[in-house]
Design a binder for this molecule. Structure first.
Ligand code: NAD
Length: 369
């Protein structure tokens, strides 16, 4: 109880949303608006207890403050969770009700898709609020964010190679990729094109088949491993692109790689696993910097969407990762501690101007009936 109060107190605002008519039960947490309005996705999950939903929302919301600071976008951290089963509990009315709660925050919170929600869900919320990001281009959004996210992972891998070998070449190195979804598949294809050697794992056999075809076209081959074997692959870099919490006591003891750099969110089960990686001599590229390409895109969309500008901004991931590695080495701390300290000092150094919100507003998408 003490702990949860402490976490709530770290936040600027936490609201509980109940709408009897639609069955909406949600929590919106705004961790910080110091760098700008809070930005963070909306997750839908059948949490068993309200405490679990709250805990998840608070953790993710705080994480967004750091992620926004690292990506140097003018947003703070926030997050929403909807308590429900994404397979059977969704309805247009539920997302409209959610949109009304977001609108009631008057531009303090921008949201979009996360685990369990899709851009289509937010088309309904968009009828109630303009504080929605990441919907399809025809609705005024910036579309698929996995493109810049995957490009960001490539920059993260180049920076990691540079730190380890002195060269940022992707060719001639081996990579163990966990998850060939929207991000992982794009990363895998690019690494194959560049002449990387791939070990891959995915529970979806169609994804594996798709990559086999791509590899064949390029005259190369991939080595397929099961969900457990991927951790002990004899590769240079482990590239987690599936679920979070995969860097834990057991998996870290299995790793044979020199480094970890991938897109999955919250890869470390616990902060002390950053130290466990360091102790094993494994260089860790902090996930929230490596995977910030998608965030850069949705943050950018509130101006006039421009894909080239997004790709240009995403390039900064390369330098950020190298700076974090250097800072960690110099101070003898983990790369996660270095990244967190870097973000905290950036937040400290900034003051939000009162007029901030005015230039962020875009016209409400006019699709009301
Ligand atoms: P996705 O759902 O499209 O792909 C995930 C893939 O992982 C799927 O192919 C799935 O079959 C596979 N998978 C699931 N469990 C697995 C297991 N045990 N072993 C191997 N493979 C497994 O998701 P995505 O959009 O590609 O995102 C991947 C990760 O990157 C997630 O953690 C996500 O939160 C994070 N991320 C994504 C974006 C984005 O723009 N899409 C941005 C930032 C972070």
């Amino acid at each position: 109880m003490e702990e949860i109060f402490h976490k709530i107190n770290e936040h600027e605002q936490v609201i509980f949303c109940n709408d009897e008519g639609t069955g909406l039960r949600a929590i919106i947490a705004i961790h910080s608006t110091r760098l700008g309005p809070a930005l963070g996705g909306c997750r839908m999950f059948p949490y068993k207890r309200i405490d679990d939903a709250l805990e998840d929302c608070l953790r993710l919301s705080k994480g967004m403050t750091y992620k926004c600071a690292a990506a140097d976008v003018d947003f703070g951290g926030g997050k929403a969770v909807i308590i429900g089963d994404p397979i059977k509990d969704k309805s247009p009315e539920l997302f409209r009700a959610f949109g009304q709660y977001v609108e009631s925050l008057h531009g303090r919170f921008y949201t979009g898709t996360d685990m369990g929600t899709s851009p289509e869900d937010f088309i309904h919320a968009l009828k109630e609020t303009n504080c929605i990001v990441g919907v399809d281009e025809v609705y005024g959004g910036s579309g698929d964010s996995s493109v810049p996210t995957a490009q960001g992972v490539i920059y993260g891998l180049q920076a990691t190679n540079k730190a380890l070998t002195g060269s940022d070449q992707l060719a001639g190195r081996s990579y163990a990729i966990q998850g060939l979804g929207k991000v992982g598949m794009k990363v895998a294809e690019r690494l194959l094109e560049e002449g990387g050697d791939l070990y891959v794992s995915d529970i979806n056999t169609e994804a594996i088949e798709q990559l086999h075809i791509k590899a064949k076209k390029l005259g190369s081959a991939i080595k397929v491993l099961d969900s457990y074997e991927i951790y002990s692959a004899h590769a240079d870099v482990f590239v987690p692109c599936a679920m979070g919490g995969i860097l834990n006591d057991e998996s870290i003891s299995l790793l044979q790689v020199q480094a970890v750099a991938g897109s999955a969110n919250n890869q470390l089960l616990d902060i002390h696993h950053g130290k466990a990686l360091k102790d094993r001599g494994i260089l860790y590229a902090p996930d929230y910097i490596v995977n910030s390409g998608g965030l850069i895109q949705v943050a950018d969309e509130l101006y006039t969407p421009n894909k080239e500008r997004v790709m240009q901004k995403t390039k900064a991931i390369y330098t950020s990762i190298l700076n974090i590695f250097e800072f960690a080495e110099y101070h003898g701390i983990t790369t996660v501690e270095a990244a967190n300290q870097f973000c905290e000092s950036r937040i400290e150094a900034r003051t939000r101007r009162n007029s901030f919100f005015s230039h962020m507003k875009r016209p409400k998408w006019d699709i009301r009936g």
